[in-house]
Write a protein that binds this ligand. Structure first.
Ligand SMILES: [Zn+2]
Length: 247
């Protein structure tokens, strides 16, 4: 039997049982295994990792572990800047685009509300989620860490916070998206960008009261839903302000 020593840093400890958090611990192993396989068997998905040091040197996921190796594993740090080491995080996707798993519908709505391209259906199977993320270069957002352990998943994020409001704040912080927020530009129902429209063109789609009071209208060309700055808008606007303050 061989033994390797592991130490996980910062929020990667969220994935470990309490007795393994924030300390160096022994991990016995029997067969030839890559550092990726052993790290994931300990519960940490590879999409959460930016840097692995073995005996002080950076390695990639395919590194085969040896007896007595000392392994330090670091999360995706926005500010972690050591140019000598080999970062494992894939290049960030050029424009932030997401696909959200079935349990995070309200997060999907919140991301759309802030203008981020976000796919969501309440019946997407895991394989379909991964397929779409690859084809459309979308980051998977999920509470299911098993999805993020799949080899073919490159861009993913495991959600830690509990409420849909905190979820969206977590995503914006992690991907540093504050400056890319364009609130109320996207249809909350189908994710398409909204177009400005004339009152005359949509008069048959809105209540008479609204027609009297409002002059600015936006329409989704997919579902034909009309948006205006009414009471619902005011409520959401307060939520946007709350999110901005938390960032
Ligand atoms: Zn729509």
């Amino acid at each position: 039997m061989k033994t390797a020593y592991f130490r996980f840093y910062e929020e990667l400890n969220d994935f470990l049982p309490p007795e393994k958090r924030k300390i160096k611990f022994e991990h016995p192993f029997f067969c030839r295994a890559s550092v990726k396989d052993i790290i994931e068997s300990l519960g940490v998905p590879h999409t959460e990792i930016d840097l692995i040091l073995v005996n002080g040197k950076s390695v990639d996921f395919s590194y085969i572990i040896n007896d007595k190796d000392e392994i330090s594993v670091y999360p995706v740090f926005e500010s972690f800047d050591i140019s000598e080491v080999q970062h494992l995080r894939p290049q960030p996707l050029r424009e932030p685009k997401f696909i959200v798993d079935v349990h995070l519908g309200r997060l999907a709505k919140n991301l759309r509300m802030l203008g981020f391209d976000t796919l969501y259906k309440n019946n997407t199977k895991d394989n379909e989620l991964i397929d779409i993320s690859q084809k459309e270069r979308r980051t998977i957002i999920t509470k299911n860490r098993e999805i993020l352990k799949r080899n073919n998943v490159t861009h993913g994020c495991w959600i830690r916070s509990k409420t849909p409001e905190d979820n969206v704040i977590e995503i914006i912080k992690r991907f540093d998206l504050k400056n890319q927020i364009r609130e109320f530009t996207r249809c909350l129902g189908c994710n398409l960008l909204l177009k400005k429209t004339e009152k005359e063109k949509i008069a048959d789609k809105i209540p008479a009261k609204v027609e009297l009071r409002h002059n600015e209208f936006f329409i989704c060309n997919h579902c034909n839903k009309v948006y205006w700055k009414g009471s619902h808008y005011n409520k959401m606007s307060a939520l946007v302000q709350k999110i901005l303050r938390a960032l």
